[in-house]
Design a protein around this ligand. Structure first.
Ligand code: 8IG
Length: 270
């Protein structure tokens, strides 16, 4: 199937969903899952991989720009028979492909039938007591990109954007889980210490470069949204250490088994 020539992002998502159904043999998926930095190992624990596609074979998806992100789309079947569409890479706003490309994965999951969208990420932490390796439930966000994935007069209510129901389920799996407000910065540079202080004043607990725009697109698509971050570093200026992508990857590797089990436990309860 070829990419449609239409300018409609929803038609593109529908054609991506058609290709996914055709290539995976799974007619409809129940849950969409985006794997961010540090979350790559989670898919194996969620269930059995039914099919794995190269994302570049699916309309609208491009090669991942970030080391440590895997550019595959997987269909995973849970032991309870639910079908999870696992997107192994996301398009970040900083890649400059526009908000449509950022929202495409979420819209594809919706077009594939998913009514729940799980968004994971690696992020900077603003609370020193919640250090690298800590998973944090996203309770709300600050969209500091200055952009929206929605176009035109599309007025979407974002009260309770991050499902209180699924956050409760997550705390059944791990009662120790804390939650926080995630601020999406445009990136790709990390914040200055002054910007980190600003984010704290604004009410953020976590800083990152993804998720908020996708969550908005998912809500617009009618999905129940769940977001969970892995703190991979403290925000700039909070500790004496400079930020490095190597640190981010290491924190992800170290926390991998624990957060994979956590995510599998959450998916099992959905
Ligand atoms: I991983 O400290 C990761 N992603 N904006 N700031 C921002 N994004 C991040 C950070 C961080 N760590």
């Amino acid at each position: 199937m070829s990419t449609p020539t239409t300018d409609d992002p929803f038609a593109l998502a529908a054609s991506a969903a058609d290709v996914i159904a055709e290539r995976t043999g799974v007619e409809r998926h129940d849950i969409g899952l985006v794997l961010g930095s540090g979350w790559g190992g989670a898919a194996e624990l969620i269930g059995q991989t039914v099919a794995e596609l190269d994302a570049t074979d699916v309309p609208g998806f491009a090669k991942p720009a970030v080391a440590g992100h895997v550019g595959t789309i997987r269909s995973v079947r849970t032991e309870t028979g639910r079908h999870v569409l696992v997107l192994g890479a996301r398009t970040h706003y900083y890649e400059g492909r526009g908000v449509r490309a950022v929202a495409h994965g979420v819209r594809t999951a919706a077009a594939a039938g998913a009514s729940t969208m799980i968004l994971t990420n690696g992020c900077g932490g603003l609370r020193p007591e919640v250090g690298p390796g800590s998973p944090v439930l996203i309770a709300d966000h600050l969209n500091l990109t200055g952009a929206s994935p929605l176009e035109g007069a599309t007025f979407v209510d974002l009260t309770d954007l991050y499902s209180p129901r699924i956050r409760d389920l997550a705390r059944e799996v791990d009662p120790e889980l804390t939650e926080g407000v995630y601020a999406q910065f445009p990136g790709p540079h990390y914040e200055t210490p002054a910007e980190v202080r600003m984010a704290r004043v604004l009410g953020a607990d976590l800083v990152g470069m993804s998720t908020a725009l996708e969550a908005i697109a998912a809500r617009h698509a009618g999905m129940e949204v769940f977001g969970i971050s892995l703190v991979t570093n403290l925000g700039a200026g909070i500790s004496d250490e400079p930020l490095s992508h190597a640190e981010v990857l290491q924190a992800g590797q170290d926390a991998g088994p624990r957060i994979s089990a956590l995510l599998a436990g959450i998916v099992r309860r959905l």
